[in-house]
Design a protein around this ligand. Structure first.
Ligand SMILES: *Cc1c(COP(=O)(O)O)cnc(C)c1O
Length: 386
């Protein structure tokens, strides 16, 4: 394996293949590739550069800070970068200077954007709250937001680029009601004299399952990382590929007698004389402390259960009488091709979703990028040339 004790391998070719597949599904609708939370834990810059190399024209990151990181490595203004969560004291000047697209949810936020405008208008997407109750103006406050946007646009301070909302994905009927409310809000804005050039509503799940919600653009994250959202649907069912593989190297092995208590609290005791293997990945790296009985890892093509509490930096595996040696590769999750669990299986085993699993892989785990054209922008970035 590699010199590192632990690593998250990120397969940029798989990301690219997922992009191509998703664009084919969505054609002719535009795709915004969502890369919040450091590209769902995969690393923002390499993922963004791979996407830009593949011709992606819209990227979504949560914050202006993340958008500016992309501008700083040469993601130029031909690529639109959308942001939608803004600190209450954020100074929007750099965002506007760098043509970062701003989701705006209420009149005070719009006023702060307008106040920051200098020589070029701010690019604004008006957020509508269609029932999720996170961002967006509620139906009650929407007319005021529209009126303020209209005034600011007439004054040349902003350019209204889009209206958008985000769905709860609770049930088909509730999502339909949310989209109907959004449609009514767009109509209301247009009746008030505001042109809405673009509408975007759907993320991975609705974009895939509800064609009528695709509007002008879908905002997709999870699908691109090979993590489909529908119950019981695997990545392979859809033709998506897992992008992240979490690996470690066996750090130590130890032969112990029957009845040996393992790790903190001795929640596991050996049933026979056996070999324990130390895996140098812990809850600081994103493996939950209570994973015993839920997760198995693959070593040399075979699955073994986690034995005892996961500690901050390591856990133990009971491999019986199998010949496992220091340095052997332990695969925690990945494509499933070498007997390892997938990220979806982790999600199911831990009562959560795959996105949470990849997002909480800790900063201590080096991301190692595999695949992708060696002459591409990612390679330049990784060599420190961008
Ligand atoms: C996270 C997010 C998305 C992408 O969601 P996926 O289900 O990962 O595709 C899209 N839009 C908004 C506003 C989001 O917060």
């Amino acid at each position: 394996m590699t010199a590192s004790l632990r690593q998250a391998a990120v397969d940029l070719d798989a990301y690219r293949a997922n992009l191509d597949l998703v664009r084919e599904w969505m054609d002719p609708v535009e795709l915004m590739a969502i890369m919040k939370a450091d590209a769902y834990g995969h690393g923002l810059e390499p993922i963004a550069l791979a996407a830009v190399d593949a011709g992606v024209r819209w990227i979504g990151v949560l914050t202006v800070l993340a958008a500016l990181r992309l501008r700083a490595i040469g993601v130029d203004e031909a690529v639109r970068v959308f942001t939608w969560q803004h600190a209450p004291d954020l100074d929007f000047r750099d965002a506007i200077d760098s043509a970062v697209d701003l989701g705006v949810s209420n009149v005070p936020e719009l006023e702060r954007v307008v106040d920051a405008v200098d020589h070029r208008p701010a690019r604004v997407h008006l957020g509508f709250d269609s029932g999720l109750h996170r961002d967006g103006a509620t139906p009650e406050h929407w007319p005021d937001l529209v009126a303020a946007a209209l005034e600011a646009q007439r004054a040349g301070r902003i350019e209204v680029v889009a209206a958008y909302t985000h769905l709860a994905e609770s049930s088909d009927d509730e999502d339909s009601a949310s989209v109907a409310a959004f449609d009514a809000a767009v109509e209301q804005a247009e009746d008030a004299g505001l042109d809405i050039p673009l509408q975007h509503v759907a993320a991975s799940l609705a974009g895939l399952e509800r064609k009528e919600f695709r509007k002008d653009m879908v905002r997709m994250g999870a699908n691109l990382f090979g993590i489909p959202g529908a119950d019981g649907v695997s990545a392979a069912d859809l033709g998506l590929e897992a992008v992240m593989t979490l690996r470690a190297a066996v750090a130590k092995t130890k032969r112990v007698p029957v009845g040996t208590g393992v790790s903190y609290d001795y929640t596991y005791r050996t049933a026979t004389e056996t070999t324990l293997v130390l895996v140098p990945v812990g809850y600081a790296d994103g493996v939950p402390r209570l994973a015993q009985g839920r997760l198995e890892v693959a070593i040399n093509g075979k699955r073994y259960p986690i034995a005892g509490r996961v500690a901050m930096d390591q856990f133990l595996v009971d491999v019986g009488d199998d010949d496992v040696r220091v340095g052997d590769t332990v695969t925690l999750f990945g494509t499933g091709e070498h007997a390892e669990m997938t990220v979806l299986e982790w999600g199911a085993a831990l009562d959560t979703i795959g996105e949470e699993i990849v997002c909480r892989i800790g900063a201590r785990v080096p991301r190692v990028y595999e695949g992708h054209d060696a002459e591409g922008h990612v390679a330049e970035y990784l060599r420190g040339e961008r």
